[in-house]
Ligand binder design. Structure first.
Ligand code: EPU
Length: 343
């Protein structure tokens, strides 16, 4: 086991925050990882580093999950089930699926991060969430170092949420994810306004999964900053969900407020709630495109906080709290942070 000392984590997190790991090891297979976990109990797991804000040095053994490989678990004429190891880059995996004509994740093109962390926050974009195609998640229990597995229903998936963010937070490490994808008769999801618009402009009436992926890549590149160029972690906040009563009050004051109507999560309840884009709230509050020292709010999508160069995790977290306070005082809405804050 090659443990390195005092390693900068700057290139291991998409925010580009320069903190140090007192001990660091990169692990490329399941058995090695299991062995480390039988010896070390106080560990910090690092994958693509795309959904975390580091605010301090890490005084634990940092384990970089770098297990690669894709294998076919099962296939027939119409479907394929793939087992994908946690260290595979998410977007490269999506691109590979498109080259094989495997459908289901084309709307999730260009999302930063690794396959192993995709179930944790149930990554989603343009009408698709990764929970729609996951059949199983495998990992290792940090305490016993034994293999664990969770079928889709056991993952308690929700909007940017899962069991891995709640009951199992810091209790397991995900080592592979199994996906069920289509080989023919792909279920294309083109309802999202920006995708529909772009299909019309391109005069495409029978899109392929490659067409959808190309369009999603274009939309994302226009709106979202490339973490390789400007440090960021995608949406910093979740879109808040408000009741009909609160929504009506807001709509009276802001007739142009954008919203998505969503059914209540309680089965017996037939009413709707309203999801409001946090990016809109933050823009109306006047934060869009503002810079505070080395951190700020992206100028094309106010939901994204950015590190222009040398911002610390605390600088960004302080800005996030200022935004939360302002949104609460203007709109009486609490914005929840989506990114995992490491304090
Ligand atoms: N809007 C503004 N100003 C802004 C940003 C957005 O007014 O600065 C309004 C616009 O009216 C726009 C609406 O918000 O039409 C929706 O914006 P967008 O399509 O960009 O989607 P979003 O709701 O802001 C969510 C996800 C994104 C995902 C997009 C597309 C969350 C927290 N974010 O953003 O996910 O790419 O939908 O599906 O749900 C991520 O999680 O990192 C991420 C980028």
């Amino acid at each position: 086991m090659n443990i390195q000392q005092n390693i900068s984590l700057k290139s291991y997190n998409t925010f580009g925050i320069d903190v140090t790991a007192s001990r660091f090891v990169s692990v490329d297979n399941f058995i090695k990882l299991q062995k480390i976990l039988t010896q070390e109990k106080d560990v910090f797991l690092l994958s693509g580093g795309s959904n975390m804000l580091l605010t301090k040095n890490i005084d634990k053994l940092v384990i970089h999950i770098n297990i690669k490989g894709i294998s076919v678990y099962y296939e027939n004429e119409s479907e394929v089930e793939l087992t994908v190891n946690a260290g595979e880059d998410w977007h490269e995996f999506v691109m590979w699926c498109i080259s094989q004509n495997y459908g289901g994740i084309e709307n999730l093109s260009l999302i930063p991060g690794n396959v192993g962390t995709s179930p944790i926050q149930n990554i989603g974009a343009y009408g698709v969430e990764v929970k729609d195609v996951i059949t199983k998640v495998e990992g290792i229990d940090l305490n016993s170092a034994k293999k664990v597995e969770f079928y889709n229903k056991e993952c308690n998936f929700g909007y940017r949420n899962s069991i891995f963010k709640n009951e199992l937070k810091e209790k397991i490490v995900i080592t592979s994810v199994r996906f069920k994808l289509t080989k023919i008769n792909h279920h294309l999801n083109t309802n999202y306004g920006a995708i529909e618009k772009e299909l019309a402009i391109r005069k495409i009436s029978n899109p392929t999964i490659k067409d959808i992926s190309d369009i999603v890549i274009n939309i994302r590149q226009a709106k979202l900053p490339d973490p390789k160029k400007i440090g960021n972690s995608g949406s910093f906040f979740k879109n808040p969900i408000v009741s009909l009563k609160q929504f009506k009050k807001l709509q009276e004051k802001y007739p142009n407020i954008p919203f998505y109507k969503i059914p209540s999560s309680k089965k017996e309840d037939t009413s709707y709630n309203y999801k409001i884009p946090a990016g809109w709230l933050i823009e109306i509050a006047g934060f869009k495109g503002k810079r505070y020292g080395d951190c700020g709010i992206h100028d094309n999508q106010a939901l994204v906080l950015v590190n222009f160069d040398k911002a610390s995790g605390t600088d960004i977290y302080t800005l996030a709290k200022k935004i939360q306070e302002t949104i609460l005082s203007i709109f009486e809405i609490t914005l929840d942070i989506e990114v995992n804050i490491i304090e």
